[in-house]
Design a protein around this ligand. Structure first.
Ligand SMILES: [Zn+2]
Length: 208
């Protein structure tokens, strides 16, 4: 027991000396849990999540502490939030554990991302070099209301679409000085988009 308390003191010092190190706070929280100091553990996990809000496993441990402290509503809230983040990131072990805890609390199983045929269970994005496989997520609706939009939804993951929309398309418009009210400029834009997604067409519109 004294050994555990020594380690807690050590990590508490580390968390104080290096307050933005999420792993220091995380480790301290785990040690507090071992020592049954759940209120202190919960504080450490909350601090961890302030620094690293995507660290999905921390929500699971925070919820476990809150349950020990009879703070059921807060625990459920942490589990739902953590489950959504874990699901989005493809952190399947904490995701499934948080789903199990929610069910145990009578909250019902939260909706998980639909299973599909991708290599790791994620969406099978067709974009060459998609960096989100095996945890790619599908788009929930066609991003543009036409046939191309339907094809994008079928073949391209949500993150690749966002990458196109937020980064690449703006670069293309700016660098090529495209005025999209002009038909030729629109065709040029579409060609870049098709290249980006690895679609074979519409090569026919390429006149230059
Ligand atoms: Zn993708």
């Amino acid at each position: 027991m004294t050994q555990l308390h020594d380690r807690i003191a050590q990590f508490r010092k580390m968390a104080t000396d290096d307050p933005d190190n999420e792993l220091g706070h995380f480790r301290l929280g785990q040690l507090y849990m071992e020592a049954n100091q759940f209120a202190e553990a919960a504080d450490s996990f909350r601090r961890t999540l302030e620094i690293a809000p995507q660290f999905s496993k921390v929500f699971q441990l925070l919820a476990a502490c809150l349950l020990k402290l009879d703070q059921r509503a807060e625990a459920v809230e942490a589990l739902k939030k953590g489950h959504a983040i874990a699901d989005e990131r493809g952190d399947r072990v904490p995701r499934d554990e948080m789903a199990r805890m929610l069910q145990e609390l009578g909250e019902g199983a939260p909706a998980a991302r639909p299973a599909s045929s991708g290599p790791g269970g994620g969406f099978a994005c067709q974009r060459p070099g998609c960096s989100y496989v095996p945890y790619a997520r599908p788009l929930t609706a066609p991003p543009v209301p036409d046939e191309v939009g339907q094809r994008i939804q079928r073949e391209i993951c949500a993150d690749c679409w966002n990458d196109w929309l937020k980064n690449q398309s703006i670069k293309v418009i700016n660098e090529l000085h495209l005025d999209l009210s002009d038909e030729r400029a629109q065709a040029e834009y579409d060609r870049y988009m098709f290249d980006f997604f690895g679609f074979e067409g519409p090569a026919a519109v390429k006149q230059s």
